[in-house]
Design a binder for this molecule. Structure first.
Ligand SMILES: Cc1cc2nc3c(=O)[nH]c(=O)nc-3n(C[C@H](O)[C@H](O)[C@H](O)COP(=O)(O)O)c2cc1C
Length: 188
């Protein structure tokens, strides 16, 4: 198979989340594609945030943040939070909010899956700050879960591809994880 070199600005498909903070007491949300679970126990999640954004001020002030998974129906509000900065625009009134056990980590009512996180580590990268947080509590909307586990088909999350900068929804079911490989495993 022939390959072409495409340079180094390369990305993997990613989920889109809204990260919530409170900056000088005002709730603020930014759109984030660079997010991943990074530890099993305790459950930890990492977000890569550009230093120029207002959000690092809130995370560093409170040592907390929230991660909110929007639905595809929330694409306009989600994109808006990635276009304007809390430095010059008040984003506190866009969503109905609720709070859990942490201060400084407001969560979005309309997001069917949310989590509140306590900052455990900040890694300074050249342009971004990698914030690692322990998930202190997670919340899912009733009707969007099955046996207490988030039902992603019902949630209908947004996915992002770069550098074509496009939003997508989940595609077809492709198989059960930690199970499909058993066909090969059992052969060997
Ligand atoms: C789809 C999308 C994904 C984004 N992903 C990130 C990201 O992972 N990290 C980041 O720092 N900024 C990301 N941004 C840009 C910020 O959301 C944007 O700069 C925002 O206005 C910053 O808000 P704030 O200044 O209130 O923190 C993304 C924007 C969009 C539209």
């Amino acid at each position: 198979m022939k390959k072409i070199r495409i340079g180094t600005n390369v990305f993997l498909p990613m989920p889109v989340v809204l990260v919530g903070t409170e900056i000088a007491g005002r709730p603020n949300f930014l759109t984030v594609g660079w997010v991943s679970r990074v530890n099993t126990d305790p459950p930890m999640i990492a977000i890569g945030i550009n230093r120029a954004n207002a959000t690092p001020d809130g995370i560093q002030e409170n040592k907390t943040f929230s991660v909110n998974l929007p639905t595809a129906e929330m694409v306009t509000e989600t994109d808006y939070c990635g276009l304007v900065s809390g430095r010059d625009t008040d984003k506190s009134g866009i969503f109905d909010l609720f709070r859990g056990v942490l201060t400084g980590a407001p969560m979005i009512q309309n997001c069917p899956l949310t989590m509140e996180c306590r900052l455990t580590e900040t890694i300074e990268l050249p342009t971004n700050l990698l914030f690692i947080g322990e998930i202190v509590a997670g919340y899912v909307n009733t009707g969007m879960e099955s046996g207490g586990k988030p039902d992603m088909k019902a949630i209908n999350p947004l996915l992002l591809t770069m550098p074509d900068n496009s939003y997508w929804t989940l595609g077809e079911y492709a198989g059960k994880a930690w199970a499909e490989g058993k066909r090969l495993k059992n052969k060997n």
